[in-house]
Ligand binder design. Structure first.
Ligand code: GDP
Ligand code: MG
Length: 163
């Protein structure tokens, strides 16, 4: 059956926006104010003739920092179990946070293929914001903008290399 690709990352980095770009439809709810969203969303997707199943993880953005961290961990575990390739999304406008580090540690230990996407790189002036993400240890970060639909093809090229 088709490979499974999961989009993982802390709330508000733009996972659902990227999911919608990849599937070409607005299936996922993009949250302008953090809150409760659909927990997990699956869709078929395709790049360069290669079909795959795409999962948007995410769900609930808790106020309580400890509960949120538990939830992020849980979503990451599910993705590790289900996915053949994981897209780890981070936010280029905020830099690396503790929650990013936590997810990155879990994904690193899983030994699954990880494609690191630095989102919200909306213009070339922001490209400098990408470099600090090398320290997460997943190789070259892919600069993307879900809002402007840029960099997504290059990111998907990396994803399908792992099929
Ligand atoms: P999720 O919680 O990770 O699924 O993030 P969402 O896709 O719901 O997006 C969170 C917020 O970031 C929303 O206000 C989006 O409009 C915004 N956003 C998503 N992608 C981009 C991007 O590429 N550039 C900018 N500037 N904002 C973005
Ligand atoms: Mg979402």
């Amino acid at each position: 059956s088709n490979p499974v690709v999961a989009i993982v990352g802390r709330p508000n980095v733009g996972k659902s926006t990227l999911f919608n770009r990849i599937v070409g439809e607005r299936l996922a709810i993009v949250e302008d104010t953090p809150g409760v969203t659909r927990d997990r969303l699956y869709s078929r997707a395709e790049w360069l003739g290669k079909e795959f199943h795409l999962i948007d993880t995410g769900g609930i953005d808790f106020d309580d920092h400890d509960i949120l961290l538990e939830h992020i961990r849980y979503q990451a575990e599910l993705a590790i179990d289900e996915a053949d390739v994981i897209i780890l999304v981070v936010d280029g406008t905020t830099g690396i946070t503790d929650q990013d580090q936590e997810v990155a540690r879990m994904l690193f230990r899983s030994k699954k293929p990880i494609v690191l996407a630095v989102n919200k790189i909306d213009n070339i002036q922001r490209l400098n914001d990408v470099y600090e993400f090398y320290s997460l240890g997943f190789g070259d970060p892919m600069a993307v903008s879900g809002a402007h639909a840029t960099g997504i093809g290059d990111m998907l090229d990396e994803v399908i290399k792992h099929f």
